[in-house]
Design a protein around this ligand. Structure first.
Ligand SMILES: [Zn+2]
Length: 155
């Protein structure tokens, strides 16, 4: 089964026991990974910092718990795994060939929650930025988007 590994708590919870937890290669790699945050989240934080966007990481009081949020500027940033949040038209979001119904149901339920959470945040006056995992390979594009949002919120 070709499946993108879950990288966030919410994704690991969704995956449950369906995604193999460790392989020899994984545990070797995990040994080098720091305890806090995973690489897509860390990449997003680095970019946010580089454009001068200050943020908090503990946002469990906000809908869908944004990965980064700035309350005074009302900015909420989500770093979404392409599979678990179904990035439209992205090759990383394709459903595995076995257990199609299970994966569709699980992921679509997650996507519906995302949509509701984002709508609630916008109603509360937040600018919501969704950064897809695959976009983080082009740092400059993500930086430009965050920079624009940070700039707009400052006026
Ligand atoms: Zn993607």
């Amino acid at each position: 089964m070709q499946l993108v590994q879950p990288f966030k708590r919410v994704e690991r919870r969704l995956a449950g026991s369906r995604v193999p937890r460790t392989t020899a290669a994984n545990s070797k790699r995990m040994g080098r990974v720091r305890q806090h945050g995973t690489s897509p989240e860390l990449a997003a934080r680095r970019i946010a910092s580089s454009v001068g966007l200050r943020y908090l990481l503990c946002n469990s009081d906000l809908p869908r718990r944004p990965d980064l949020a700035n309350r005074s500027r009302r900015i909420a940033v989500f770093v979404h795994g392409c599979f678990w949040h179904r990035h439209p038209h992205c090759p990383r979001s394709t459903v595995p060939k076995s257990n199609v119904a299970y994966w569709n149901e699980t992921v679509l339920r997650n996507v519906a929650r995302d949509r509701r959470g984002i709508a609630t945040l916008r109603r509360r006056g937040f600018t919501v930025v969704v950064i897809w995992e695959c976009e983080l390979s082009v740092t400059a594009c993500v930086a430009r988007r965050l920079e624009r949002v940070a700039f707009d919120s400052g006026r």
